[in-house]
Write a protein that binds this ligand. Sequence first.
Ligand SMILES: C[S@@+](CC[C@H](N)C(=O)[O-])C[C@H]1O[C@@H](n2cnc3c(N)ncnc32)[C@H](O)[C@@H]1O
Length: 174
Amino acid sequence: MFHDLPDKLWLGTWLKFYFSKKYLAPYIPTPIHVIQDILKTIPLKDNDVVYDLGSGDGRTLIEIAKLNPTITGYGYEIDKELCQIAKQHIHHFKFENRLHILQQDIMESNLKNATIVFLYLSEKGNQTLTQKLQSEFHGIVCSYYFPLFPNSECHHTSKDNVPFYLHHLGQKKE
Ligand SMILES: C[S@@+](CC[C@H](N)C(=O)[O-])C[C@H]1O[C@@H](n2cnc3c(N)ncnc32)[C@H](O)[C@@H]1O
Protein backbone atom coordinates (compact mmCIF):
# COMPACT_ATOMS: atom_id res chain seq x y z
CA MET A 1 0.00 0.00 0.00
CA PHE A 2 2.68 2.51 1.02
CA HIS A 3 4.55 2.87 -2.27
CA ASP A 4 7.81 4.70 -2.89
CA LEU A 5 7.03 8.29 -3.73
CA PRO A 6 8.32 10.20 -6.78
CA ASP A 7 11.97 11.37 -6.52
CA LYS A 8 10.82 14.93 -7.20
CA LEU A 9 8.77 14.94 -4.00
CA TRP A 10 11.61 13.62 -1.84
CA LEU A 11 14.14 16.04 -3.30
CA GLY A 12 11.69 18.92 -2.91
CA THR A 13 11.27 18.34 0.82
CA TRP A 14 15.08 18.08 1.30
CA LEU A 15 15.60 21.39 -0.51
CA LYS A 16 12.86 23.07 1.51
CA PHE A 17 14.35 21.65 4.72
CA TYR A 18 17.71 23.23 3.89
CA PHE A 19 16.45 26.54 2.56
CA SER A 20 13.20 27.24 4.42
CA LYS A 21 13.06 27.85 8.17
CA LYS A 22 9.50 26.52 8.26
CA TYR A 23 10.50 22.99 7.23
CA LEU A 24 11.55 21.09 10.35
CA ALA A 25 12.45 17.89 8.50
CA PRO A 26 12.68 16.42 5.00
CA TYR A 27 10.36 13.57 4.07
CA ILE A 28 11.78 10.22 5.15
CA PRO A 29 9.12 7.59 5.81
CA THR A 30 9.44 5.36 8.87
CA PRO A 31 9.47 1.70 7.77
CA ILE A 32 6.16 0.02 8.66
CA HIS A 33 7.83 -2.75 10.66
CA VAL A 34 9.58 -0.06 12.77
CA ILE A 35 6.25 1.67 13.49
CA GLN A 36 4.72 -1.67 14.50
CA ASP A 37 7.68 -2.35 16.75
CA ILE A 38 7.48 1.08 18.42
CA LEU A 39 3.76 0.67 19.01
CA LYS A 40 4.42 -2.40 21.18
CA THR A 41 6.11 -0.07 23.69
CA ILE A 42 3.62 2.81 23.72
CA PRO A 43 0.77 2.43 26.21
CA LEU A 44 -2.11 3.25 23.83
CA LYS A 45 -5.46 3.57 25.57
CA ASP A 46 -9.09 3.62 24.45
CA ASN A 47 -10.12 7.07 23.15
CA ASP A 48 -6.55 8.34 22.84
CA VAL A 49 -6.18 11.32 20.54
CA VAL A 50 -2.96 10.84 18.64
CA TYR A 51 -1.16 13.62 16.77
CA ASP A 52 1.57 12.94 14.24
CA LEU A 53 3.49 16.19 13.73
CA GLY A 54 4.90 15.94 10.22
CA SER A 55 2.66 13.06 9.21
CA GLY A 56 4.09 12.31 5.73
CA ASP A 57 1.98 9.74 3.90
CA GLY A 58 -0.13 9.00 7.00
CA ARG A 59 1.41 5.60 7.78
CA THR A 60 1.94 6.08 11.54
CA LEU A 61 -1.66 7.16 12.15
CA ILE A 62 -2.95 4.31 10.01
CA GLU A 63 -0.95 1.68 11.90
CA ILE A 64 -2.29 3.11 15.17
CA ALA A 65 -5.89 3.20 13.92
CA LYS A 66 -5.61 -0.48 12.96
CA LEU A 67 -4.80 -1.36 16.58
CA ASN A 68 -7.72 0.28 18.35
CA PRO A 69 -11.07 1.39 16.85
CA THR A 70 -11.66 4.02 19.55
CA ILE A 71 -8.53 6.05 18.78
CA THR A 72 -8.69 9.19 16.68
CA GLY A 73 -5.73 10.81 14.97
CA TYR A 74 -4.63 14.12 13.48
CA GLY A 75 -1.72 14.51 11.11
CA TYR A 76 -0.15 17.90 10.57
CA GLU A 77 1.79 18.02 7.33
CA ILE A 78 3.15 21.08 5.56
CA ASP A 79 3.55 19.48 2.14
CA LYS A 80 0.42 19.60 -0.01
CA GLU A 81 1.26 16.53 -2.11
CA LEU A 82 1.99 14.41 0.97
CA CYS A 83 -1.32 15.51 2.48
CA GLN A 84 -3.13 14.30 -0.64
CA ILE A 85 -1.30 10.97 -0.56
CA ALA A 86 -2.06 10.51 3.16
CA LYS A 87 -5.76 11.22 2.53
CA GLN A 88 -5.79 8.57 -0.23
CA HIS A 89 -4.22 6.04 2.16
CA ILE A 90 -6.75 6.89 4.88
CA HIS A 91 -9.57 6.48 2.35
CA HIS A 92 -8.15 3.09 1.29
CA PHE A 93 -8.30 1.84 4.89
CA LYS A 94 -11.73 3.49 5.47
CA PHE A 95 -10.46 5.50 8.43
CA GLU A 96 -11.85 8.88 7.29
CA ASN A 97 -14.12 9.11 10.32
CA ARG A 98 -11.18 8.80 12.73
CA LEU A 99 -8.06 10.10 10.97
CA HIS A 100 -7.74 13.68 9.79
CA ILE A 101 -4.92 15.29 7.84
CA LEU A 102 -4.37 19.03 8.10
CA GLN A 103 -2.11 20.86 5.69
CA GLN A 104 -0.67 23.10 8.34
CA ASP A 105 2.63 24.09 9.92
CA ILE A 106 3.33 22.10 13.08
CA MET A 107 4.11 25.34 14.87
CA GLU A 108 0.51 26.47 14.30
CA SER A 109 -1.02 23.25 15.59
CA ASN A 110 -3.15 23.20 18.72
CA LEU A 111 -1.90 20.37 20.92
CA LYS A 112 -4.29 20.85 23.83
CA ASN A 113 -6.56 17.91 22.90
CA ALA A 114 -3.78 15.46 22.10
CA THR A 115 -2.99 12.60 24.47
CA ILE A 116 -0.07 11.16 22.46
CA VAL A 117 2.23 13.00 20.07
CA PHE A 118 4.46 11.29 17.52
CA LEU A 119 7.49 12.98 15.98
CA TYR A 120 10.00 11.98 13.37
CA LEU A 121 11.63 15.26 12.48
CA SER A 122 15.27 16.31 12.95
CA GLU A 123 17.46 17.75 15.70
CA LYS A 124 16.47 21.24 14.56
CA GLY A 125 12.80 20.22 14.45
CA ASN A 126 12.79 18.83 17.97
CA GLN A 127 14.62 21.87 19.35
CA THR A 128 12.10 24.17 17.66
CA LEU A 129 9.17 22.25 19.11
CA THR A 130 10.38 21.77 22.68
CA GLN A 131 8.91 24.92 24.16
CA LYS A 132 5.56 24.52 22.40
CA LEU A 133 5.23 20.94 23.66
CA GLN A 134 6.12 21.95 27.20
CA SER A 135 3.61 24.76 27.31
CA GLU A 136 0.67 23.20 25.42
CA PHE A 137 0.83 19.45 25.79
CA HIS A 138 0.22 16.98 28.61
CA GLY A 139 0.75 13.34 27.71
CA ILE A 140 3.24 11.04 26.02
CA VAL A 141 5.58 12.21 23.27
CA CYS A 142 7.33 9.62 21.13
CA SER A 143 10.21 10.91 19.03
CA TYR A 144 11.69 8.47 16.53
CA TYR A 145 15.44 8.67 16.03
CA PHE A 146 16.01 12.17 17.44
CA PRO A 147 16.08 12.81 21.21
CA LEU A 148 13.72 15.40 22.63
CA PHE A 149 14.74 16.02 26.22
CA PRO A 150 17.95 14.88 27.95
CA ASN A 151 15.97 12.77 30.43
CA SER A 152 13.62 11.04 27.96
CA GLU A 153 13.36 7.25 28.16
CA CYS A 154 15.45 5.78 25.35
CA HIS A 155 14.25 2.55 23.71
CA HIS A 156 15.47 0.69 20.63
CA THR A 157 13.53 -1.09 17.93
CA SER A 158 14.12 -4.81 18.25
CA LYS A 159 14.90 -5.59 14.61
CA ASP A 160 17.03 -2.60 13.58
CA ASN A 161 18.16 -1.30 16.98
CA VAL A 162 17.17 2.26 16.06
CA PRO A 163 16.51 4.59 19.00
CA PHE A 164 13.19 6.16 19.85
CA TYR A 165 12.48 8.34 22.85
CA LEU A 166 9.44 8.49 25.12
CA HIS A 167 8.68 11.40 27.39
CA HIS A 168 5.75 12.05 29.73
CA LEU A 169 4.90 15.75 29.81
CA GLY A 170 2.84 17.33 32.57
CA GLN A 171 0.08 15.35 34.20
CA LYS A 172 -0.88 12.26 32.24
CA LYS A 173 -4.48 12.32 31.01
CA GLU A 174 -6.52 9.33 32.15
C1 LIG B 1 10.91 12.47 8.52
S1 LIG B 1 9.32 12.78 7.80
C2 LIG B 1 8.30 11.71 8.78
C3 LIG B 1 7.01 11.35 8.11
C4 LIG B 1 6.09 10.39 8.91
N1 LIG B 1 5.81 10.90 10.23
C5 LIG B 1 6.72 9.01 9.03
O1 LIG B 1 7.20 8.69 10.13
O2 LIG B 1 6.75 8.28 8.04
C6 LIG B 1 8.95 14.43 8.42
C7 LIG B 1 7.72 15.08 7.79
O3 LIG B 1 7.52 16.35 8.43
C8 LIG B 1 7.02 17.27 7.46
N2 LIG B 1 7.27 18.63 7.96
C9 LIG B 1 8.46 19.27 8.05
N3 LIG B 1 8.30 20.49 8.59
C10 LIG B 1 6.98 20.64 8.86
C11 LIG B 1 6.20 21.69 9.45
N4 LIG B 1 6.75 22.83 9.85
N5 LIG B 1 4.88 21.50 9.58
C12 LIG B 1 4.29 20.32 9.16
N6 LIG B 1 4.99 19.30 8.61
C13 LIG B 1 6.32 19.43 8.46
C14 LIG B 1 7.80 16.89 6.19
O4 LIG B 1 7.16 17.36 5.03
C15 LIG B 1 7.82 15.37 6.30
O5 LIG B 1 6.72 14.79 5.66
